[in-house]
Design a protein around this ligand. Structure first.
Ligand SMILES: Nc1ncnc2c1ncn2[C@@H]1O[C@H](COP(=O)(O)OP(=O)(O)OP(=O)(O)O)[C@@H](O)[C@H]1O
Length: 468
């Protein structure tokens, strides 16, 4: 199988000592750093920098013709975005300090423990990756475009916040860092994971594992596989899902349910890129990209001691929170339309017409089950429909709650002994709340408030003018 190319930019090794160059290249390759280029003649560096997409340079200090310090100064001026690590035969503090002042990212003595040099290499790669992602993000924010909208076609939305999330996901889609997707149940996290995988340009598949209910052994067996004889019944070697996802993405759903010991295994996988099949003491390397999702608040779980802090911080390098449907009310009309069409196609019936006021009627409902709930309501309504018209009886129970609310005695929301707000202050508050809930969509907010859109617009202008 062809080795996975990592990192996304090239690492250039410059050293006139050819045996050291060879052994370093071999060691890097063995540890999964395969995107390498090397040279033993420092005067070739400018043309190599020109030819390749180099993000990191490892530089020897003492070389004939051009010294490492001269090259370092040149690189810093010509390629300020490139990270330089000095690998020197000299163990002198003042030389190290001087190199850092000249712009080196790190300094190692060649005789250092190889694992220290590897750790330094990983740090430099991480820093470069984050800097590349930041630049991509900045470009996205400035251009305000989603370049591959087709990746998000399955996630139907007109919501501005969702488009910002798409932009963000697009800019980080090709990195190796994990992505954490948060949001209430049914908001579409799995669709977002799929879109992120589609954008990642990875050749392999998206493999989904639902963590909920998996104990530590089943988690390890499912993900990492086992060797023959690892436990009773393990009559042959079996590879885990992580291997199936090696050229692609592993999506771990319901990550908040991961047991404490499984959290340690996942952390090791993320930190070292390594895992052990059950019954094996030989680690295997994994190149799979990890995406995780949860409907729980991971930060709270971490504060309560139920989720490891180090794992949480690893996972949240790239994090998105999908807003609940009740905060994306402007999506209701297109989602209703979309699900009616989908249901009619599934049930092989002609598309149905429906009452225009349906989105605004449904906008009063909180949708605790989010888009999944809306989808099943619409499918239910379509299945009960006749005569080309959507049957609204499937929504009746939602409206009953509203009419009950209207019949109820008003709840005392102002304590007896406090001053009442004026009518206009209260109206302003209501307007702000409706704008908030509708994500600043005036048409949806006006429906919630029971006034026309021009009336709301006028009110908002007045509030702005008077600074309310
Ligand atoms: N914006 C959307 N457009 C179209 N379909 C959607 C959208 N959001 C969710 N759905 C549909 O709703 C259902 C639930 O979505 P999904 O499984 O992605 O949610 P989830 O957030 O992963 O839920 P859970 O937390 O329960 O795993 C799916 O059938 C999905 O296709």
């Amino acid at each position: 199988m062809a080795a996975h190319i990592y990192p996304q930019f090239k690492i250039l090794l410059v050293d006139d000592e050819i045996p050291f160059l060879r052994s370093t290249l071999l060691s890097f390759e063995r540890h999964g750093f395969t995107n390498l280029v090397s040279c033993s003649q420092p005067e070739q560096v400018p043309s190599l920098m020109n030819e390749h997409n180099i993000g990191l340079v490892l530089l020897d200090l003492t070389m004939p013709n051009v010294s490492g310090k001269e090259l370092l100064t040149w690189l810093n001026e010509e390629y300020p975005d490139v990270c330089v690590i000095i690998l020197s035969g000299i163990n002198q503090l003042d030389t190290a300090v001087e190199c850092v002042k000249l712009g080196a990212f790190d300094y190692f003595v060649k005789t250092s423990d190889p694992s220290e040099i590897l750790e330094g290499l990983k740090r430099a790669i991480r820093t470069q990756e984050l800097s590349i992602e930041n630049q991509a993000l900045r470009r996205k924010v400035l251009s305000n475009d989603v370049f591959s909208p087709e990746a998000f076609t399955r996630f139907v939305t007109a919501d501005a916040n969702m488009w910002s999330i798409f932009q963000y996901l697009e800019s980080i889609a090709t990195t190796r860092h994990p992505v954490l997707i948060m949001g209430e149940s049914g908001v579409g996290k799995e669709l977002i994971a799929q879109a992120t995988h589609d954008l990642s340009q990875r050749k392999g598949p998206l493999i989904t594992v639902n963590i909920a209910g998996l104990d530590d052994n089943i988690f390890a067996d499912t993900l990492f596989g086992h060797n023959k004889g690892a436990f009773t019944g393990a009559d042959k070697d079996r590879s885990g899902l992580i291997e199936k996802a090696s050229e692609g993405t592993l999506f771990l759903d319901e990550i908040g349910d991961l047991s404490a010991s499984s959290q340690v295994k996942l952390l090791r996988l993320l930190q070292e890129g390594e895992y052990y099949p059950l019954g094996s003491d030989k680690p295997k390397r994994s190149q799979a990209r990890i995406i995780v999702a949860t409907h729980q608040n991971l930060e709270h779980l971490q504060i309560e001691g139920k989720f490891r802090k180090d794992l949480y911080y690893r996972l949240k390098i790239h994090m998105v929170t999908i807003p609940p449907l009740r905060h994306r009310l402007s999506d209701l009309p297109i989602l209703i339309e979309h699900f009616i069409k989908q249901a009619c196609e599934d049930m092989s019936i002609d598309t149905l017409s429906y009452d225009n006021s349906l989105p605004s009627q449904l906008s009063h409902y909180a949708f605790p089950g989010n888009t999944r709930e809306l989808k099943s309501l619409i499918f239910d309504a379509v299945s009960r429909s006749q005569n080309g018209q959507l049957n609204k009886s499937a929504f009746k129970h939602l409206f009953v709650q509203d009419s009950l609310l209207e019949q109820q005695e008003p709840v005392a929301i102002f304590p007896n002994n406090t001053r009442l707000p004026t009518l206009s202050a209260l109206a302003d508050q209501l307007v702000k709340e409706a704008m908030n809930r509708s994500n600043n969509n005036q048409s949806t907010a006006s429906q919630m408030l029971g006034i026309s859109q021009p009336a709301l617009s006028k009110r908002l202008k007045n509030m702005n003018k008077t600074g309310r």
